[in-house]
Design a protein around this ligand. Structure first.
Ligand SMILES: [Zn+2]
Ligand SMILES: [Zn+2]
Length: 207
């Protein structure tokens, strides 16, 4: 209580402070720090890695741009032969270490090359797969070991106040929240995001 009293005294003694305004301003300022733009995760680096790898090892193979999926939970990447589609988890892209992303992408490229060379005959992670892995510098394993423990603590959930339009950022999907404008909200949906550590740290990236 003593510290709080001292704090209040200091605020009211400041020459430019009138009533509650400095307190309100500082609250607003602290909140504005969370008002970062929300961007889609960029898969540009992944597409470049795919193209560079194919140019060297399977130049005639054309793959569509990588698909980024926010629905993948336990899967970090996949290859769908019917569409020649490599899909990468948005969580991996947003929060994964660079080398982990690289290993997952190379693993899926290996599946694509095996499919291009031998069709559906080889078993998923069999001899052909392992030889392609050796060729392109992927680890010739069924799984890519990725440390995901810290990812959960980085995830935030965004909602928008319908009244003042500010972003509301929380660690969990809450049933109700109070906005800085005073309105109590019952958000119907929360959007999962993470700090964009791979890129611009002043923005959120959608998961
Ligand atoms: Zn695989
Ligand atoms: Zn509001």
């Amino acid at each position: 209580m003593v510290e709080q009293a001292a704090g209040i005294a200091r605020v009211s003694l400041a020459p430019d402070s009138i009533g509650m305004i400095p307190v309100e301003e500082s609250r607003q300022l602290a909140f504005n720090l969370e008002q970062k733009p929300v961007a889609k995760p960029s898969a540009l680096a992944v597409d470049l890695l795919i193209r560079a790898t194919l140019d060297t090892h399977e130049p005639d193979l054309e793959l569509p741009p990588v698909r980024v999926s926010g629905r993948m939970r336990r899967t970090l990447g996949s290859y769908m032969p019917s569409r020649r589609q490599i899909t990468i988890s948005s969580r991996l892209l947003a929060m994964g270490a660079e080398d982990d992303i690289r290993q997952v992408v190379l693993h899926e490229i290996a599946h694509a090359i095996v499919h291009a060379r031998w069709g559906d005959k080889p078993s998923a992670h069999g001899l052909e797969f392992r030889s392609v892995c050796d060729e392109i510098g992927a680890k010739p394993r069924r799984f890519v070991a990725v440390t995901t423990e810290k990812w959960g603590s980085q995830v935030r959930y965004l909602s928008k106040c319908g009244h003042c339009k500010v972003l509301i950022v929380r660690k969990r999907r809450m049933r109700s929240v109070r906005c800085v404008c005073g309105l109590k909200l019952y958000p119907k949906s929360w959007r999962a995001v993470a700090p964009n550590e791979g890129g611009d740290t002043s923005e959120w990236v959608m998961l």
